[in-house]
Design a protein around this ligand. Structure first.
Ligand code: FES
Length: 174
């Protein structure tokens, strides 16, 4: 095989001629096709989620659920928990400074960041956009959250902490 001089077209380019500009150019039609396919895939994904939620609706919380023993969460502390078989929402159980207990969904009502109890403020804080909730009622005190944190009722029986759904007509555990 004869050696090519500098500047000459290599053999492979003669065998497989590729126009670099043509190869990297994306036509308007191809771009529109890509957008169409991408939008279609998104629509299918959303449709699948809607169908799944219709076919397998998430169960509302029913009955009373054991969470922990009273000595497991010190005063001024919180713990996170989930309840198997119900909506897969993490919840927080708070042992308030005055010894009372409260439980809320941990998802902020603004953009679903995880909230946490701040014993120094006696409030629940959402660190994402500085939203603050009342630690007794879940009511918004400050910031962008549009709604109170959904709350569970806490029942303490013989040093054991349980939660159950709050009555709809009594939305806050004051
Ligand atoms: S997500 Fe909580 S304040 Fe924005």
């Amino acid at each position: 095989m004869a050696n090519k001089k500098k500047g000459e077209t290599p053999d492979w380019k003669e065998d497989f001629p590729i126009d670099q500009e043509e190869a990297t150019h994306v036509s308007r039609r191809e771009f529109a096709k890509f957008l169409g396919l991408f939008s279609g895939a998104l629509a299918l994904g959303n449709g699948a989620i809607v169908l799944r939620s219709i076919a397998f609706p998430e169960k509302e919380l029913e009955g009373q659920h054991f969470i922990c023993n009273t000595q497991d969460v010190a005063i001024g502390e919180m713990t996170q928990f989930e309840i198997a078989g119900t909506k897969t929402i993490p919840y927080i159980l708070i042992h308030l400074e005055d010894g009372e207990w409260r439980a809320f969904e941990q998802k902020c009502t603004h953009l679903a960041c995880a909230v946490r109890y701040r014993a120094d403020l006696d409030q629940i804080e959402c660190p994402c956009h500085k939203g603050y909730f009342d630690a007794r009622t879940g009511v918004v005190i400050q910031g962008p959250p549009p709604r109170p944190l959904p709350q569970l009722e806490v029942v303490v029986e013989e040093d054991k902490v349980y939660v159950k759904s709050l009555h709809k007509e009594k939305p806050y555990n004051l």
